[in-house]
Design a protein around this ligand. Structure first.
Ligand SMILES: CC(C)(COP(=O)(O)OP(=O)(O)OC[C@H]1O[C@@H](n2cnc3c(N)ncnc32)[C@H](O)[C@@H]1OP(=O)(O)O)[C@@H](O)C(=O)NCCC(=O)NCCS
Length: 238
């Protein structure tokens, strides 16, 4: 929290540390206090919080808004990927025959391939987040030959159900899981955020009626992970 000389709130920042990544979840300076250094001071405080917890890379999902973008680029961050925010109103979708969706119980081990996959793609593992989503009853898995090939979570928000994240062994498995996740949240307003590289998943989302409503920019000071793993079709544009 930043306060001015009279003790009024000038702005705030929120962060989370996941392995060696510092995620800047929010940064906001009140309009009348902008351009006076509060944003830089909050960002420095956030970096110090991360450094004390051994975080080495800073990441922020910034709005596609010129002044916020300029602010972050000047602090040394660069673009990692474009993230499409999509919404849909989907109803009446039922899983086809032969599809098996399994609830993931709170006690399930989420430290194995899920953590490895998170690390490979996002750049950091988040077993405690997956465990929390499972404890809320909001994680399902898609199995093939008795083994999970994709996991998906969702969060219920006041005005919508936010789908994701999805962790899958192949882009195709992620795309197969998506309609099943949607069918769980039947008849609701849905949202989904996908990296621009996730072509297979993007095509699956569009075929379910999702439309991009805004873009955000994933900025970082250290490139890590490989989001192309989500893409499918060889990722030949990258
Ligand atoms: C983006 C945002 C956080 C920046 O906050 P801010 O308080 O205006 O930022 P600062 O004042 O620290 O820096 C802006 C400019 O003010 C100038 N400035 C004036 N006095 C300054 C001082 N004492 N110290 C540092 N910079 C100062 C600098 O020139 C700086 O320019 P720079 O980016 O080239 O360094 C703010 O505009 C905001 O809340 N935007 C809306 C919400 C948003 O988009 N948040 C980001 C999403 S997570």
């Amino acid at each position: 929290m930043a306060v001015d000389s009279e003790g009024r709130v000038a702005g705030s920042a929120a962060v989370a540390v996941r392995e060696d990544a510092l995620l800047l979840l929010a940064l906001e300076v009140t309009a009348s206090h902008r351009g006076k250094g509060a944003g830089h001071a909050l960002l420095e405080a956030a970096r110090a919080y991360g450094a004390a917890r051994r975080a080495r890379a800073l990441e922020v999902l910034a709005p596609d808004e010129p002044s916020a973008l300029a602010f972050f680029l000047r602090t040394g961050l660069s673009l990692r990927t474009l993230v499409l925010e999509m919404t849909a109103e989907v109803s009446g979708l039922t899983p086809g025959p032969g599809t098996s969706l399994h609830a993931v119980s709170p006690g399930a081990s989420l430290y194995g391939w899920i953590a490895a996959l998170d690390r490979e793609t996002r750049g950091f593992a988040r077993p405690r987040d997956w465990a929390r989503w499972a404890a809320e009853g909001n994680v399902v898995s898609l199995k093939r030959g008795g083994r999970p090939v994709a996991l998906g979570a969702w969060s219920t928000e006041p005005d919508r159900v936010a789908l994701g994240p999805i962790a899958a062994k192949t882009p195709e498995a992620a795309a197969d899981l998506l309609p099943l996740l949607v069918s769980r949240a039947r008849g609701k307003r849905l949202s989904l955020a996908l990296p621009a590289e996730a072509r297979t998943l993007l095509l699956a989302a569009v075929s379910l009626g999702f439309r991009a409503v805004s873009t955000r920019l994933l900025l970082t000071d250290r490139r890590r992970g490989d989001l192309r793993r989500y893409a499918g079709g060889g990722g030949r544009f990258f």
